[in-house]
Design a protein around this ligand. Structure first.
Ligand SMILES: Nc1ncnc2c1ncn2[C@@H]1O[C@H](COP(=O)(O)OP(=O)(O)O)[C@@H](O)[C@H]1O
Ligand SMILES: [Mg+2]
Length: 220
């Protein structure tokens, strides 16, 4: 699916001050493309990803995914669209603490009713070195294991779009490579990937790299 942002701005108003966290950003990502955005902490990366993912209304500009404007849909339709087409890896993981690894991964199927969710979860746990943690509750995991569980959950429904917020931020080199190769493989199978990270090495796996500074985006 083609992701498209046209002149998108998101301003937060705090204590009477406006912060343009994302400032007049235009960006297009094609099916099969692995794109990255790098920039320092606070430059607007998470805000950008939430805008693309249908989770945060822009202050102005348009977001479209395969010619559908998620913010033009009712909130129910937007939620269904997200569940079926978009995998999102949150910077803070957002796992359900009282579910184990397998249950957290399979929980994505509740929203989109993906067939064979259990089998797919087994494959993903294998791919991300989580098989021997299947019965661990999320709160019993290391940070790196949580991160990989969050990625497996995002991939369960075989989305067309994968949005990943610092997905290697807590990983050792070997597991970071597993995750980055998974993102590249996802794009290789025709998916659209947007990775945001402060890690230049992670961004090196992408086909196209963009830089963000003070809410503004530039092509590398
Ligand atoms: N909900 C919010 N309300 C007010 N300001 C926010 C909010 N979320 C983020 N910001 C501000 O917007 C800027 C960009 O934040 P963020 O997108 O999280 O950056 P990054 O992910 O690159 O670290 C920061 O200056 C941050 O303080
Ligand atoms: Mg962030």
């Amino acid at each position: 699916m083609t992701l498209k942002l046209e002149n998108v701005t998101k301003s937060y108003r705090k204590a009477g001050v406006d912060i343009d966290a994302v400032d007049t950003v235009s960006l297009s990502i094609q099916p099969g493309e692995f794109a990255s955005v790098t920039g320092a902490s606070g430059c607007g990366k998470t805000t950008l990803l939430l805008l693309v993912g249908g989770l945060l209304h822009p202050s102005s500009g348009t977001v479209s995914i395969c010619d559908i404007e998620p913010y033009g849909l009712s909130s129910n339709k937007r939620a269904r669209f997200r569940a079926e087409h978009i995998g999102f890896v949150f910077q803070q993981f957002c796992l359900i603490p009282y579910l184990d690894v397998r249950e957290n991964i399979v929980s994505a199927a509740l929203a989109a009713r993906h067939p064979n969710a259990e089998l797919r979860a087994e494959e993903l746990m294998e791919q991300f070195n989580l098989s021997d943690r299947a019965k661990h509750l999320a709160e019993e995991l290391s940070t790196g294991e949580r991160q990989r569980t969050a990625l497996a959950r995002a991939m369960l429904n075989k989305p067309k779009v994968l949005l990943a917020d610092e997905p290697t931020g807590n990983l050792d080199d070997a597991n970071a490579e597993v995750v980055l190769k998974a993102l590249a493989g996802f794009a290789g199978n025709g998916g659209s990937v947007l990775l945001v990270t402060h890690d230049a090495r992670a961004a090196g796996y992408a086909d196209t790299t963009h830089r963000m500074q003070g809410g503004k985006l530039s092509v590398d």
